[in-house]
Design a protein. Sequence first.
Lengths: 283, 348
Amino acid sequence: MASRRRVKTWFGIMVMWAVRVFFAVVLGFPFYWMLITTFKRNSDLYDLKNNPFILNELPTLDHLRWLFHETLFLRWVGNTLFAGTIVVVITLLLAVPAAYALARLTGAWGAQLGIGIFLTYLVPSTLLFIPLSKVISALGLQDSLWSVIVVYPTFTIPFSTWLLMGFFKSIPKDIEDAAMVDGLTRWGAFVKLMIPMSTSGILTVVIFAFTLVTQEFVYALTFISSANQQTVGVGVPTFLVRGDVFYWGSLMAACLITSLPIGVLYNIFLDKFIEGFTVGAVK
Amino acid sequence: MAVVETRKLTKVFKRGHLGAVNNVDLESREGEFLVLLGPSGSGKTTLLRMIAGLEEPTSGDILIGGKVVNDLTPRERRIAMVFQSYALYPHLSVYNNIVFPLKAQGVDKEGQRKQAEWATSLLGIQHLFERKPRELSGGERQRVALARAIVREPSVFLLDEPLSNLDAKLRASAREELEQFQKRLGTTTIYVTHDQVEAMAMGDRVVVMSQGVVRQIGTPTEVYDEPADTFVATFLGSPPMNIIPAEGVIAGFRPEHFLPPGVAERMGAHVSYDFHITHSEYLGAERILYGAIQGGPFDQHRVISRIPATHDADLADGSVHTFAVADRDLKFFDPQTEKRTTVRRLPS
């Protein structure tokens, strides 16, 4: 293994820190903006003479109170968690075996099929929502959270299959062969070795599918009209933007509350992702 | 009884193409160290993988312990295999790698530990238990792979070029170690390699393969001294055997048998040729002389001579000397089949 090259010169250290600080500021700024707006009084927010980057007046909890008492925010979060969990489960159940089969068993066809599957992901939802709304009404799921639960896997599965294919392909075939000689069946090798060895890929899929349920707009808006069936992605903008009135404080509070856990999850998992997982297995 | 036997074993990857393995008949004896030797693409690894059950034969039978195992999965064949890449499980510690086959068999925790300790003490790697494969050196990985193979005491070991990932110096010591280790365990072993030195040094018998066909099976002495055909003759030995087409026959003699004036003559009947040395390599213990025969029936035919460095004759580049081969060191091959044929006299 090549040892990591250490930057030792003064100039090098400065550049390294400049880059770090730059990205930290760029990436951290939206969170900071959401945080101060959440606690900013409207009088402070709309006063053009104020410095927009700080709290000029005392903080307030009014926006949070409004969000929790005057809207169905908690219900939307609940819906999102519910739909997100089911979509993640459906996606994993179908994409993991599909990706494994495409990566290992179909030989030359596998790669072509993989690309084909990925292409279906590229068809935009603005094109698909009309035919899909017919499907939803045929299933009798109009105005129900279940409509999006049924529809979301149509694009989480292709993308996830494609992504996991890469992970499975990076695991040397010898390892499975060894497992089969060591007394496992192919299925056993898949469950006991392939899945644990592609944890980072599977985590990526979980986060991808879950974030998608949180932020998806077109399908959720067209298939669901009742407020109590909506996900955060639609509920928050529809009920906190009334005509040209923006409830900025509550909007930002809602964004902060939903994005923080995902951000934290992302960070925990990033390390795992970067960690060269199969290094040292072969050669 | 043969531990592993193959009967007319054939593997064809692409229909209509020549098989990767063609009609291979093989028998490995109890406790034997059998080496499959051949250049890359000779089908030796495919043959091994068929024995392991990782590759399905197109036709023919594989027998382990006298029973046909064609339809058995790898796990049902109860063999152990060491891969060229070692194929250690990267997310498991060394200990868990080693007990993996035992776990798969449902051996209890106590038994697992006992077996793992036995296997690792044989290989001297107990101190590595807690490490992950990526924290090990090449030699350590190879030992872990070996420990994982022996831990459940299989009836057959299959080894696929286990030393090829080690550097040259380590390879020599690992080779000797592996050989001693196999003798001590007495487990029937089939070992695949493209390295003739490994094959000669370790094998009880060597199976020389080329293009999916077994060219010769024999002890290292047999395949080296009595090669069955020109392929075996030239594949084994470095530099390879000199091959000279004579009238109606192909003659062959090893470089170490093509000797400078005053040596071969002492061995009795011999043939001699004027050897024009074009260049030479000094390798410390020996000298390799490259050149061509001058005059006579084999004029300008390129030949190689290999003499001990202790031979202090003046054999400068560009000079011509009369070299000789003893009659008993000459091998003859049929020009059509390239197989060994009757001994004759060679014109000098």
